[in-house]
Design a protein around this ligand. Structure first.
Ligand code: FEO
Length: 392
């Protein structure tokens, strides 16, 4: 399947509907797209390849778009294998093609394809490549999401080829090839952003400062729909997300319950928060719900109540793993309130306090509430007080 962005710029990417886990860790119930583009000018440039799983289908798309022409350049913006997996397929088909990438990306190229020789050209910040009517300008985007990343701006049609930035989970045959066909871009774009790039807010801010003055008319990411309308909305969300701002007023209630007792208290906490006027409360079961979605909600809201069972003299592992993931993703500028449960020696609260206490700009509010096996009426005043503390 090929699609035209402009007469000379074609989408030649592929969907992956059989993938069980993206990056061997993220559920992708709607599949994944590996985007790739070709610019057909006096010179022909291919913008990134795709995952090796889909190399043959991608080459078919590319050759349909090439219509007998030979590509002069392969622009490699990111060397992660979901985009570099078909480089050998392409270079073996077109041995004269020249790979254009950052010096760091060329180092990675050698690491991934040891023993193969390539015709390469290293580019740095601000370098340009003339294709004819199109001039490509290269903009370094280190750590969005690997250190070798660059994005590319086509000065003629004002297309920003954005690498992983502005991507989302989901195959394009499911969510639409263009942003305006996508009913809820933010939902899976947010889950993608915080789980893939959440740690790299500062580099994303640097990138936004560089690309905003260029006033792109189209954002062409390496995953997810091509964005042509409502760019202000997408850019505004990226400003909020990358600065760790609060997107939605409300509270995220996360719960790790072993036999259901702690979950009863979590549901009660949701009810109390809503009764106190909290505009929105999202509740997640950390033992069964998608952890990537829980991470997304922890960033989406500014406040979180975490309720967890004690286990083996410590913290029940779904809660431990969740907090560890938040720490890895640089979760910050947030308030958290804590509830522990334990039948004979409650230990979850101590571990949660230690873990959150070691995180930058995370405030633990209210007094730790300790439940004994099951929530009782006598626990309600403490839960009410904790709700007041998180809502303040
Ligand atoms: Fe889509 Fe960082 O690779």
């Amino acid at each position: 399947m090929t699609k035209s962005l402009f007469p000379e710029i074609k989408y030649v990417g592929v969907d992956d509907l059989d993938l069980d886990l993206f990056e061997s860790q993220y559920d992708v119930p709607e599949g994944m797209s590996y985007n790739s583009y070709v610019i057909l000018d006096d010179k022909v440039a291919v913008m990134d390849t795709v995952d090796a799983r889909k190399a043959a289908e991608w080459l078919e798309n590319l050759e349909e778009a090439l219509a007998g022409r030979k590509p002069d350049y392969l622009v490699v913006q990111h060397m992660e294998p979901d985009h570099s997996g078909a480089i050998l397929t392409l270079t073996q088909r077109y041995p004269d093609i020249r790979i254009v990438a950052t010096a760091k990306a060329l180092t990675f190229l050698g690491q991934f394809f040891d023993g193969h020789a390539f015709n390469t050209m290293a580019v740095k910040e601000g370098d340009t490549l003339e294709l004819g009517a199109h001039t490509l300008q290269f903009i370094l985007a280190a750590m969005v999401h690997w250190p070798e990343v660059m994005v590319t701006f086509d000065r003629k049609d004002k297309v920003l080829f954005a690498a992983d930035a502005f991507g989302k989970f989901g195959a394009l045959s499911k969510c639409g090839y263009f942003g305006e066909e996508d009913d809820d871009w933010a939902c899976e774009a947010r889950r993608y952003y915080f789980n893939i790039c959440g740690k790299y807010g500062a580099p994303v801010q640097v990138l936004l400062k560089k690309v905003l003055p260029l006033a792109p008319a189209v954002i062409a990411p390496l995953h997810g729909p091509i964005l042509r309308e409502n760019l202000g909305e997408y850019l505004s969300l990226y400003q909020t997300w990358s600065s760790y701002g609060v997107e939605t007023e409300g509270v995220f209630v996360a719960c790790a319950s072993i036999h259901g007792g702690t979950m009863v208290a979590a549901e009660k906490m949701k009810e109390i928060l809503l009764a106190k006027g909290c505009p929105k409360v999202a509740l997640a079961d950390l033992t069964r719900d998608d952890q990537a979605e829980a991470v997304e909600d922890a960033f989406r809201y500014g406040k979180m109540v975490l309720l967890a069972a004690s286990y083996d003299g410590g913290l029940f592992s779904p809660a431990y793993n969740f907090i560890h993931t938040l720490q890895m993703k640089a979760w910050q500028k947030r308030k958290v309130a804590l509830v522990e449960n334990g039948t004979w020696a409650p230990s979850a609260g101590k571990v949660m306090k230690e873990l959150f206490g070691a995180m930058k700009d995370v405030e633990i509010v209210g007094d730790l509430v300790t439940l004994r096996s099951r929530m009782k009426d006598s626990d309600l005043p403490a839960l009410e007080a904790l709700a007041d503390a998180i809502l303040q």
